[in-house]
Write a protein that binds this ligand. Sequence first.
Ligand code: NAD
Length: 368
Amino acid sequence: MTKKTIYIAGLGLIGGSLALGIKRDHPHYKIMGYNRSDQSRAIALERQIVDEATADFREFAPLADVIILAVPIKKTIEFIKILAELELKENVIITDAGSTKYEIVRAAEHYLKDKAVQFVGSHPMAGSHKSGAIAADVNLFENAYYIFSPSCLTKANTISELQDLLSGLHARYVEIDAAEHDCVTSQISHFPHIMASSLMEQAGDFSESHEMIKHFAAGGFRDMTRIAESEPGMWTSILLTNQEAILDRIENFKQRLDDISDWIKAKDEKTIWEFFNRGRQIRKNMEIHKRAGVDSFYDIYVDVPDEEDVILEILELLRGTSLVNVHINEENREDIHGILQISFKTAKDLAHAKQMIESYTDYQVFIN
Ligand code: NAD
């Protein structure tokens, strides 16, 4: 079995989680890491996320068979420039983890074009509000989409070799052109972050003259604004490296708000109803709805009676199991068996929950 050397630059949430995922299926591979802060390097070594760590980005690059850049987008581009100057192993695979792809892929094509290296852009589409090596989680990418954006330096086997390396992440691999990736994510990720922060800012200003806002903001407002807690530095870089697509989404949305204002002024009840109904139908048809808004396929449905304390009874049985979401289905739909839907991150947790509920209650349990 060939022993490969993997070099991960940036031992934060993403880099650390990638390292743990690689080790899960390839425990004999050597994982070397770069991190600028002493603290994260110490945590990464202590948690055995990496076998060796350096504070000098250049040090391990020439030893690597695969280099993964898991630093902020601007730094990723700087590191690509540095890699262009170094003596690297022939055919080394270089990839990244940045949340936008076009600028990174273009930079790699530009700076690395005369070198015997392979490059493919990557975006592991899972995250958390946590950061740093301390937050690294071997299950972070389970069932998440893992995007590959090819470049002119991507060879026939580049992506399959990376998929093999990353098999322990249990992610879902998809290949998509860098510009198209940035367009799609501008709509479903970047623009919603702008909306969430704008809503928070608007509510903050409004609360100065309407104090009760702080007490009344609940369910819907909370769902709409959860992502406003994300790390500001990362989102600033995303906006500045995907300007065109994001500005296009903002212009499009301004027009939609203008239309809604016009319908309200005209008291156009039918158009307003149709607007809400369209949104409702579109959401129902999206994958997000089937997954109760979380990126997990491990759902259990429990047919519980509408009685006090039933949900508490079930949650008590699942104490210690890591739940992703608990949802009470208020509608009776064909594809829903039972009103209580509980989502888990792993198949193991799902199996455990099924066994516990079936052993200790008479409620019917279904798995899709
Ligand atoms: P993080 O803050 O947990 O880790 C960032 C890492 O980059 C750390 O190791 C830090 O030391 C290093 N770093 C930061 N600035 C640096 C600098 N100027 N010089 C050298 N090193 C520096 O962040 P993360 O969430 O792991 O993000 C890493 C990359 O992954 C980013 O490009 C981000 O766009 C991308 N990404 C993040 C998420 C997410 O939700 N967190 C999801 C997918 C992709």
